[in-house]
Ligand binder design. Sequence first.
Ligand code: LLP
Length: 432
Amino acid sequence: MGQSVLTPMVAFDRRGGELHCGDVPLATLAERFETPLYVYNLAAVEARVRGFQEAFGELDFVLAYAVKANGNLAVLNRIAGLGAGADIVSGGELQRALRAGIVPERIFFAGVGKRREEMESGIRAGIGAFHVESEGELRLLAQVAEEIGVPAPIAVRINPDILSPAFHEYTQTGHASSKFGIPPEVARELYSWAHRHPFLRVRGIAVHIGSQILDPAPYLESLDSVLALVEELGADGIRLEYLDLGGGFGVGYEGDPGLAPRDLAMAILPRLRSKGLTLVLEPGRTIVGEAGVLLTRVLQVKRSGGKVFVVTDGGMTELLRPSHYGGFHRVEPVVLQEDRPEERVDVVGPVCETGDFLARDRVLSLPRPGELLAVRTAGAYGFSMASNYNARCRPAEVVVDGSRVHLARRRETHEDLVRGESIPRWTAAADG
Ligand code: LLP
């Protein structure tokens, strides 16, 4: 644990040519729970949470884990047990976080489109704050709080107009033309209105500039812009309790180290020491990304049009990132086989879309049908973005800690897929 800050613990390693999660060979998990299968190493998740807590320990610090990255209850519960909070974006995520044991006061509700019912359930649950993204939302929240008779805690999410160096434009959120946040000048007016409102309680300020950011510099830029506003608010007589710098810390999809919490801490702590603010961070990917793999079995090896397609039982329905963002994930054989030729292949799923692939143009030691592949760094935005397209059952999720194994979510069944559907009597009437 002590070394977690500098060298995050390895979540998956090879022993005798076989990829393991903790002490458990991945091949035995695939045998037992079938494929496609998500496997998460809980000890690795814990080490990453602790890495942040140690790096920022000198400040009053709250890690608000971004539930959207991986909302599995077993994963959330482990994170909750470490005293962490949650960054949520829906009533559904609120329920998950509460059910997993996350303390309501450490839950922060983000998102540009919160519904009235979601506001109500957040207020009633006693969450830490709503991160408000528009004037309309602030007014609605005040109204809902007044109706319930309980003041709503708030922070305004600032749009600092920074174009973060993200890997895909879809994961940039801090530039002026994105739908997220409010420009600082407008935010100042909203704060002053909220400050005087009897059913709003101003608590903090929030910002989030994007995702998969590997360099501390944009965070500094974003921090400076937020701190400037904190100062102006102070002059207006509005004192804040916390500053939430968001998430987005990059991981090493190609096996590189990613952005270490300590490097981020070294960059931003000097600016924050004297401010008397609690620091909130909302990491998602960097907590769970490397702690998860998607296991998939090779169904066919197909040569066609001068290409080699390795057809697997997992595809875009299990892991959307390659297809949606051109995201890169390492693909490795679970059990190393000698004497296999290396070939340039596309690893594709069974879904009826040309865009259904896990890897393209990848040199791989050629697997055979029936063999297992591990898609690495799939713990974040893997299962959470999975779909039922092509009437496919979403995969099972297994958590491992050392030699212990737990089925955290069973595989969906065909029955699950039609639950809640019905055929109208008036078209199905078969009495003629
Ligand atoms: N806080 C806010 C307000 C966010 O919008 C997000 C992510 C996070 C925190 C956590 O970001 P993280 O630390 O996980 O990068 N589906 C995409 C990523 C979308 C991120 C959306 N917001 C992907 O698969 O790369």
